[in-house]
Design a protein around this ligand. Sequence first.
Ligand code: HEM
Length: 149
Amino acid sequence: MTARLAAAYPWIKSLHIVSMVAWMAGLLYLPRLFVYHSMARVGSDAAETFKVMERRLQRGIMTPAMLATWGFGLLLAAMPGVVDWRMGWIWAKLAIVIGLTVFHFLLARWRAAFSADQNRYPTRFFRMVNELPTLALIAIVVLVVVKPF
Ligand code: HEM
């Protein structure tokens, strides 16, 4: 790595971690809002407030944070010597991150349904879905820090 790239590395990693925290916050909180929203009567004040909260969370925080996480992550991955591509952890991490990205777009689809008063899933579904990003977060942090394989 050139000296300039080496100096940029910890800064880019910091930005990667900050943006992934913002993205994860949304991935954890949006399905939690769906849990409460699915219990609110269609047309009630509460349901209308949830719509605004969900839209702002997704558009204002989650989508920019997801793009930033991908951008800084790919920059890190492109730096010579940062990743040993013969190791398994980076591929496992990428697979889980792609899963989180699919999850992000599923949440967007469910939010659009809520927004049109057309949610078809029960509260229990969103409670279960709410656990997925937690499991992904634990797995990713262990993979990138411990690098077990
Ligand atoms: C979106 C696509 C992503 C790509 C391409 C990517 C790629 C990378 C790369 C190449 C590194 C540097 C590894 C090293 O220095 O050994 C890194 C570090 C890190 N990534 Fe990601 N990442 C992505 C998403 C995520 C997500 C979603 C999380 C958390 C849920 C995450 C958590 C971390 C952490 C905690 C580190 C710091 C590890 C350390 O050096 O101690 N990344 N990432």
